[in-house]
Write a new protein. Structure first.
Length: 255
C-alpha cells in the first residue's frame, strides 16, 4: 500500500474507542433507555408534548431528534438564546451563559412546556447552573425530566451550581454516556493536549436509541408513532404534512 493510500492509526483508534463506548451504553444503560422510551410514549398517549435541550455541543444531540427524517414529529427544541451552538459571537459567550443563575427559569416560564410534558436535558458534565436549574424548574412544573450526562463528572469535578448538585440529581431518568472527564479519547506523544471527543457520537446514539424505544412502546400502547419521513423520497412532503396537521397543537418549531 502506497503512502497516498495509507491508513491513519489514530483514526482507527478513535473508531475503536467510540465503538467501545457504544457497546457500554447499549449493554449498561438498557433499562434506563427503555424507561425513557416508555416515559415519552406515555406522554404522547396522554396528549403531552416533547422537548429536548442542550447547551453548546450538547445541543447537537438535542437538535438531532428535532424535525428530521425518521424522527418523532412531536420532539421540539427548547432553545436558550446564545447557548444553542457556536454561531453566537464570541463563541465563549455560550459557555459563560451556561453559568448564569436564573436563565433556565426565565426560558421555561416563557416556553409552552407544561405539566405532563417530557423534557430531555443533555449536558455532558451536568455541573453548570443552566442544566441543573433547567431540571429543577422543569420538575417543579410537573414535567418528566430525562437527563443525558456523564456520571463521571459528578464524582471527579465540582458543581458550578449554588446547591452543589448536578443534573443527575434532578432527573426522573438518567442516561449515562460514560464519557471520561475531558471528553477526549486519544493521546499522542507528540501532541500536548488530548483530542478526539466522542461525546457527540455516543450521546446522539443514546438519543436515537431512546426514540426507537419510544416508538416500540407506542406500538405496544396501540398508537401509530408520529414519525416524519424524508422530504427527499417520493411522497415524503405529503406524509409530513398530514402528520404535522394532525399534531399541530404539539409541534412548536413551525408557524
Amino acid at each position: 500500500m502506497g503512502d497516498s493510500a495509507r491508513e491513519s492509526k489514530l483514526a482507527g483508534q478513535f473508531f475503536d474507542a467510540a465503538i467501545g463506548l457504544l457497546q457500554q451504553v447499549r449493554d449498561q444503560d438498557a433499562e434506563e433507555i427503555a424507561a425513557a422510551g416508555t416515559a415519552i410514549a406515555e406522554a404522547v398517549a396522554a396528549g403531552g408534548r416533547l422537548f429536548a435541550f442542550g447547551a453548546g455541543h450538547s445541543s447537537l444531540a438535542a437538535q438531532d431528534v428535532v424535525y428530521r427524517a425518521g424522527g418523532l414529529a412531536l420532539m421540539n427544541l427548547l432553545a436558550v438564546p446564545g447557548v444553542v451552538g457556536v454561531d453566537v459571537m464570541p463563541a465563549t459567550l455560550g459557555s459563560a451563559l451556561e453559568r448564569v443563575d436564573g436563565l433556565a427559569g426565565a426560558v421555561l416560564d416563557s416556553s409552552p412546556a407544561r405539566a405532563g410534558d417530557v423534557l430531555i436535558i443533555i449536558s455532558l458534565s451536568g455541573r453548570n447552573a443552566l442544566p441543573v436549574e433547567m431540571a429543577m424548574n422543569a420538575r417543579a412544573l410537573g414535567l418528566t425530566v430525562i437527563g443525558v450526562t456523564s456520571l463521571a463528572y459528578a464524582t471527579e469535578t465540582k458543581s458550578r451550581h449554588v446547591s452543589g448538585t448536578y443534573l443527575k440529581d434532578h432527573c426522573d431518568i438518567v442516561l449515562d454516556s460514560r464519557i471520561a472527564v475531558g471528553d477526549a479519547e486519544l493521546t499522542h506523544e507528540a501532541i500536548e493536549a488530548p483530542f478526539a471527543p466522542a461525546s457527540t457520537v455516543v450521546t446522539s446514539a443514546l438519543m436515537q436509541a431512546t426514540m426507537a424505544a419510544a416508538a416500540e412502546e407506542m406500538v405496544r400502547l396501540g398508537i401509530e408513532p408520529p414519525l416524519l419521513r424524508s422530504g427527499n423520497v417520493d411522497g415524503g412532503h405529503e406524509w409530513n404534512g398530514r402528520v404535522m396537521t394532525e399534531y399541530a397543537d404539539r409541534i412548536f418549531f413551525r408557524h
